[in-house]
Design a protein around this ligand. Structure first.
Ligand code: GNR
Ligand code: NI
Length: 167
């Protein structure tokens, strides 16, 4: 297992549209292991492959306090969504920024699991938000995109400055 470096906004690689996974093979299972390690170490409640510079439609999520409920979504698709819900979101690719975003309150997602088996899951509230946030990453979107232009500009400047100082 290996920790992988997380890309930070406004890195243009966060804008790449991830490609569907043809087969959940050894390589994808290795990627899933690295993603889980990276998410737990960060720590975060979700991670999309896009964030570690892999343009494949793979997401890991664990919203449990004890880090013992890992969920894997390969090629996830939201097949139904309803309601409106918003919480203050954060993102490992946008460190230190927390803003509320309007999302669906409930989603039904279809995906492949870590063995390649197809499943559907109905999720609400935090888990539903996390699934929507991660699928956005696979489509090259970041939660900051939902904020006003002024807020986006401030966040971009702040993070660019942090990244300059970190060099
Ligand atoms: O760790 C994370 N917390 C979080 C909180 C509210 C809404 C979404 C998230 S996802 C985030 C991890 C991350 O950046 N995933 O892409
Ligand atoms: Ni994120």
């Amino acid at each position: 297992m290996a920790f992988r470096e997380i890309l930070h906004y406004p890195d243009p690689r966060l804008r790449i549209q991830a490609l569907p996974v043809a087969r959940v093979d050894q390589e994808i299972r290795g990627l899933i292991r690295d993603m889980a390690e990276t998410m737990y170490k960060a720590p975060g409640i979700g991670l999309a492959a896009t964030q570690i510079n892999v343009a494949k439609r793979v997401v890991v999520i664990d919203i449990s306090p004890d880090h013992n409920d890992l969920r894997v979504f390969v090629n996830p698709v939201i097949v139904h969504s309803e309601g409106v819900y918003g919480i203050e979101e954060g993102c490992l690719s946008v460190p230190g920024i927390y803003e509320e975003v309007e999302r669906a309150q409930k989603v039904r997602v279809e995906a492949l699991d870590g063995t390649g088996a197809r499943f559907q899951l109905e999720a609400e509230d935090l888990l539903a938000v996390c699934i929507q946030h991660e699928i956005d990453h696979l489509d090259g979107k970041v939660f900051v995109d939902y904020l006003s232009r002024l807020k986006q500009q401030r966040i971009r400047k702040k993070l660019e400055k942090q990244q300059r100082l970190a060099m």
